[in-house]
Ligand binder design. Structure first.
Ligand code: ADP
Ligand code: MG
Length: 725
């Protein structure tokens, strides 16, 4: 057929798999794992013992790297990479756009005599200087000081990336300005982990654990995404340029049947998943689960948890790999939070905890949490932190795309609250009353089928409506958007909990004066006080309900509905103080971030509005008037022949065409307006004026989709995109 849509449909229906099936028997998965990573094992085999020990010390204790060994590490790294076929090395960094950036350099240096030698020095490993001027700095870097440096992050392993176009050694780095200010997402993650460790040590000391084993925050992010055929993707300028559909009528068969969730995975998708997982295994990303999600065409992938900084880098690799491998299977992976209106959106549940080699998971309550004083303190510290900094937690998940998802009765509400589950809620209720003496037993789950074994029952049921849920031995932050880097949320978590632990440690150190026999009673007092002051953040009910919104207001909890409401919170005095006190972000660094995120918000909507106008004018309007013309000439012809013609359809189409045209004009005017009030005024205007104007255009267009002759309609429909596999 002629239209891009028709060619897309025929391409999709004629799809033939071209990739050979994965062979896991030839190369078992265990052997694949870390095959392309300069892992501890690889280092051990290739580095002189003292050098290896020194690197390990940096990784495992957070101690400063001995720079004199850099040359030796670099040389071993180079040899390994070249054996793996690498020709180039790249410092990989994570600019504030949320993307992953790389600067590639060849290993080869001409020797002046017609040949070249492979070189890679310690200083090339440790530091690079990409042209940073095209990455946002939010005013930190004026053009006269445009230098940006990438600095090797020893704690995140180097890896080899195999592409169709070559093989590259990738070195995870932090990206900073020449004044040492953070220009990236990684630097504050590392700083916040340091802060958390320092404060957690003080608490552990109080409990007599003085071995100093590094306390690290751990993260396990679950990634949701959509897959659609690439032919559809390229036939939709909105998907191509904005990552989401700006038009599209609701399909007659939506997700009301819920038959996709955990259903059988289609062959093409399964083949894609296997290959994506295999690639990720090679990169040392411990992928664990995969399944269908709620919406048609929606899936999830989740790795096992790792240290927060490594999990953050790996999460970026997951998104990149999903996109790359999807292409090989003729599909596009959409990580946008809301690619399809009226269909469930995608989130990224970030499971978070903290632990050390000697203490294990510090948020593990054991079977009788009421007796586990150390756990109760760490848990209460989290409760206090989330209550005190709810605005910050909301702000770090704020984006133009996540706004379409949060609070939409399928994703957590914009109100931050904590789900604790029955057992812990009961324990903390007792604490509030003065002391906890019992824990409700977890019990066993009996299924009533003799052949199925009884299972230990989780202490609390799942609550999918909570933005921040305790899930047995960790918290799950569910308000994070599917396209986001998890760095921001982790920085916030680590730092607010560090602040809380600091508060608790100071209180207990003062009250006990070093006398450990006083610890229990002082701890009891402190816990009761924390729950009295901060217990209002705990909510186990239905977060989607209207009653909760009313109740949350009564409890004095924040309800920052949109990014325009939430982002300014990054500039709140309490937040500035928090980040500078723990050396995570200076005021200037924080301000620059806030500015960049506001700019991103405005730019996202600007692009979407421009696309709305363009697609209306060049695709939807022409299709509509063609159909209108068909109807009108039919009407005229019939009249000439003396027939009656019911003009109902013609009238409707005509009025929709007018609405579309008017809407586009109005949107164009709004886009040209110059709102005052600086950056904050601008984001408010885009939120409350431009977005609604786009919706008016969309409404007319979506209704036209239900009228205009199918062969004239230019855009692949929701039905086609979501259900053709
Ligand atoms: P569900 O979909 O039921 O929430 P998944 O198994 O898909 O659970 O994901 C749970 C995630 O939580 C996994 O990434 C898992 O590794 C992670 N997780 C488990 N324990 C911890 C922990 N102590 N710290 C951080 N993340 C954890
Ligand atoms: Mg989950």
């Amino acid at each position: 057929g002629g239209s891009p849509r028709m060619s897309a449909i025929s391409a999709v229906t004629n799809y033939k798999p071209s990739n050979p099936p994965m062979n896991f028997i030839e190369t078992p998965t265990q052997e694949l794992f870390c095959a392309n990573v300069f892992s501890k094992a690889e280092m051990k085999a290739r580095l002189p013992k003292p050098v290896f020990k020194s690197v390990l010390k940096t990784i495992e204790t957070g101690e400063k790297l001995d720079s004199s060994i850099a040359d030796i590490v670099a040389s071993a790294l180079k040899d390994w990479a070249i054996e793996k076929g690498a020709t180039h090395y790249a410092h990989v960094f994570y600019p504030l756009t949320g993307a992953t950036a790389e600067k590639h350099d060849s290993f080869l240096t001409p020797d002046g005599e017609g040949s070249a030698i492979a070189e890679f020095s310690g200083s090339q490993l440790i530091q690079g200087e990409p042209d940073g001027s095209s990455f946002p700095s939010g005013g930190i870097r004026a053009t006269f000081e445009a230098r940006g440096y990438t600095i090797w992050d020893v704690t995140s392993p180097a890896y080899i990336l195999e592409n169709d176009n070559g093989t590259t050694l990738c070195i995870p780095t932090a990206f900073v300005s020449w004044t040492g200010e953070a220009l990236d997402k990684k630097t504050p993650v590392l700083r916040s982990m340091q802060a958390l460790n320092a404060q957690a040590q003080r608490i552990l000391n109080l409990f007599g654990h003085t071995d100093g084993a590094l306390v690290s925050s751990t993260a396990g992010p679950e990634q949701e995404y959509f897959l659609i055929d690439r032919n559809f993707f390229f036939a939709r300028p909105d998907l191509l340029n904005a990552g989401r559909t700006l038009f599209g009528a609701k399909p007659p068969k939506g997700q009301e049947f819920d038959d996709h969730y955990f259903g059988a995975i289609p062959d093409r998708v399964l083949a894609f998943m296997l290959e994506a997982e295999r690639e990720l295994f090679k990169l040392g990303v411990p992928i664990k689960t995969r399944h269908n999600e709620v919406a048609p065409g929606q899936y999830e992938i989740a790795p096992l948890f790792e240290f927060a900084n490594v999990a953050t880098d790996h999460q970026q690799l997951i998104m990149l790999t999903l996109r790359r491998v999807a292409e090989k299977y003729g599909m596009t992976c959409l990580t946008h939070e809301k690619p399809f209106a009226g269909v469930n959106g995608s989130g990224k549940h970030v499971n978070w905890s903290m632990g050390s080699k000697t203490q294990g998971n510090l948020l593990d309550p054991g079977d009788t949490p009421h007796e586990n004083a150390q756990f109760l303190l760490f848990c209460a510290a989290v409760i206090r932190a989330v209550h005190k900094f709810q605005g910050l937690l909301r702000a770090v998940v704020a984006s133009a795309s996540n706004d379409h998802r949060l609070g939409a009765n399928e994703a957590p509400p914009a109100i931050i609250s904590i789900f604790l589950g029955d057992q812990l809620t009961d324990v903390f209720d007792q604490i509030k009353e003065g002391g906890a003496n019992s824990s409700i037993p977890k019990g066993t789950l009996t299924v009533g089928v003799d052949t199925l074994p009884p299972l230990p029952k989780d202490a609390g049921d799942r609550n999918r409506t909570s933005p921040f849920a305790f899930t047995g031995n960790r918290f799950e932050f569910r308000a994070v958007g599917s396209s986001m880097s998890i760095a921001g949320p982790l920085v916030a978590m680590n730092t607010i909990v560090a602040e809380s632990l600091d508060y608790c440690a100071t209180r207990l150190e003062e009250a006990t004066g070093g006398d450990s026999s006083k610890l229990n009673s002082e701890l009891q007092k402190l816990l009761t006080e924390i729950m009295t002051e901060h217990g209002t953040i705990v909510f186990n009910g239905d977060g989607y309900s209207d009653e909760w919104h009313a109740e949350a207001e009564q409890r004095g909890l924040l309800n920052l509905k949109t990014t325009a409401d939430a982002l300014p919170f990054l500039q709140d005095e309490s937040v500035k103080e928090l980040f500078s006190k723990y050396n995570v972000l200076s005021e200037r660094e924080l301000e620059s971030r806030c500015e960049i995120y506001m700019e991103q918000y405005v730019n996202t909507i600007k692009v979407e509005a421009a696309l709305t106008i363009e697609m209306s004018r060049t695709m939807i309007f022409p299709a509509a008037v063609r159909y209108q013309n068909e109807l009108a000439s039919t009407c005229a012809n019939l009249k000439m022949l003396g027939y009656e013609f019911d003009t109902k359809t013609l009238d409707k189409v005509t009025s929709l065409v007018k609405a579309l045209q008017d809407g586009v004009c109005d949107l164009e005017e709004k886009l040209a307006a110059d709102p005052d009030g600086g950056m904050e005024g601008e984001i408010k205007f885009f939120c409350s004026d431009v977005l609604p104007a786009m919706l008016v255009v969309r409404e007319a267009a979506d209704e036209l989709e239900d009228y205009v002759a199918d062969d004239l309609w230019p855009l692949p429909t929701y039905q086609e995109m979501l259900f053709i596999k």
